[in-house]
Design a protein around this ligand. Structure first.
Ligand code: TLP
Length: 346
C-alpha cells in the first residue's frame, strides 16, 4: 500500500528531476569556493530574494544560528516570539552556543509580534542589562499553523528595527509558501530584513539544505560561523543541484499544496467527530471532538496501521494534529485521507 505521509513537509522526497540533476552535478571543493553548482545556487538564491549574497547551509537550524552568530556578540539580547522555532525547537542554540539571551514576546494568533511588545522588550541603556541587538520574525509561522506574515507587517517591523538601531532576521523556512499565499514576489516579504533563511528541503522537496541571505559583509561573517558549526561542506554540488531545482521549479507550484490543504480541511470538516482548528498555507490543524470514543493516539495508530497514513500528534498543543501537504500529496491522496478518517471516526 502506498504511504501517505503528512507529518511534515520535511518528509518530502526529492523529485526524479532532482535525482537526475544530483547524479550529473558539476562539483568542486566548496571550502575553496570551487563548487560551481553551490556557487550557482548561492547566486541565484540571493538574486531571487533581492539580497547581495547568500550561503548554502545544511539546515534551517544551522542557517538561523549562523545568522545570529554573525549578527550578534556574546551577551547580547535578541527579541523573539515565544513560540518561534528558533526559541522552542532549536535547542536554545543561540544561548547554548552563541551566548545570546532570548527576550521573548507573545506570538499573536495571526503570527505577528505586537510593535508595542517589541518596543517594551528593548532593554534600556543601563549597565545592569544586556544590549538588545536583533529582532527575529518567522514566516510562515509553524506553531501558528502555517500563518503567513504580510509584506506590510514585515515593513512595519523593519521600520521599528531601523528606528531602534536593531537588526531584523527572518526565519523564512517556508517564506515561498508565504509568497504563494499572498501572490507576491518573495522579495517584497524580505525587503526590510537584514537577513533571511529559507529551506530547500521542506515543501520545495530538496533532500538537504537551506540558504541564508543578506549583505556581502554579513555573509562573509556567516561563512565563518558555518565553519565553526561544522557546516562547511566539500563536493556539496550534488546537494545544490537539487537545491537549484527547488529554487527554480518548485516555488511556483506551492499554491497547489495550499489548494490541497484547503480541500483536505473541507473534507475533514464534514466529519462530525472532528474539529478543524485552522487552515493556512499548506497546514491543516484539527482535533477530535471531546465526546469521541476513540483517543487521539489510537486514531493516529489506526491511520498508520490500517491505511498507511502517517500523521503525528502535535507536541506543543495537547490533543491536536497538524497535517502538512506537499508535492507528494495529490488529490487522490486527499480523498483517501478524508475517507480513512471518516471510517475510523464513524
Ligand atoms: N521544522 C520542523 C520541526 O523541527 C518542527 C517541522 O517539521 O516543521 N524554522 C522553521 C519555521 C521550521 O519549521 C523548521 C523545521 C526550521 C526552522 C528548522 O529547519 P531544519 O529542520 O532544516 O533544521
Amino acid at each position: 500500500m502506498e504511504t501517505i505521509d503528512l507529518r511534515s513537509d520535511t518528509v518530502s522526497h526529492p523529485t526524479p528531476a532532482m535525482r537526475e540533476a544530483m547524479a550529473d552535478a558539476a562539483v568542486g571543493d566548496d571550502v575553496y569556493r570551487d563548487d560551481p553548482t553551490v556557487n550557482q545556487l548561492e547566486a541565484d538564491a540571493a538574486a531571487k530574494l533581492g539580497k547581495e549574497a547568500a550561503v548554502f547551509v545544511t539546515s534551517g537550524t544551522q542557517g538561523n544560528l549562523c545568522a545570529l552568530l554573525a549578527h550578534c556578540q556574546r551577551g547580547e539580547a535578541i527579541i523573539i516570539g515565544d513560540t518561534s522555532h528558533i526559541f522552542v525547537n532549536e535547542q536554545g542554540g543561540m544561548a547554548q552556543i552563541g551566548g545570546l539571551i532570548p527576550h521573548t514576546v507573545p506570538v499573536q494568533a495571526d503570527a505577528t509580534l505586537r510593535i508595542g511588545d517589541l518596543e517594551e522588550a528593548i532593554y534600556p541603556d543601563d549597565e545592569h542589562k544586556p544590549v538588545t541587538r536583533l529582532v527575529a520574525l518567522e514566516n510562515t509561522h509553524n506553531v501558528a499553523g502555517g500563518m503567513p506574515l504580510s509584506a506590510e507587517y514585515t515593513a512595519e517591523v523593519g521600520e521599528f528595527a531601523r528606528r531602534n538601531g536593531l537588526i531584523l532576521h527572518i526565519d523564512g523556512a517556508r517564506i515561498f509558501n508565504a509568497a504563494a499565499a499572498f501572490g507576491v514576489d518573495v522579495k517584497a516579504l524580505v525587503a526590510d530584513a537584514d537577513s533571511v533563511t529559507f529551506c530547500l528541503s521542506k515543501g520545495l522537496c530538496a533532500p538537504v539544505g537551506s540558504v541564508l541571505a543578506g549583505s556581502h559583509e554579513f555573509i562573509r561573517r556567516a561563512r565563518r560561523a558555518r565553519k565553526v558549526l561544522g557546516g562547511s561542506l566539500r563536493q556539496a554540488g550534488v546537494l545544490a543541484a537539487a537545491g537549484l531545482i527547488a529554487l527554480h521549479d518548485m516555488t511556483d507550484r506551492l499554491a497547489d499544496d495550499h489548494r490541497n490543504a484547503q480541500l483536505l480541511a473541507e473534507g475533514l470538516s464534514e466529519i462530525p467527530r472532528l474539529r478543524i482548528h485552522s487552515q493556512n498555507t499548506n497546514f491543516v490543524v484539527f482535533s477530535l471532538a471531546p465526546n469521541n470514543e476513540i483517543a487521539l493516539d489510537e486514531f493516529v495508530r489506526k491511520l498508520r496501521g490500517e491505511y498507511n497514513i502517517f500523521v503525528s500528534p502535535y507536541s506543543q498543543e495537547k490533543g491536536v494534529i497538524r497535517l502538512r501537504t506537499h508535492y507528494w500529496i495529490d488529490r487522490p491522496a486527499i480523498a483517501k485521507i478524508v475517507k480513512a478518517a471518516g471510517a475510523i471516526l464513524s
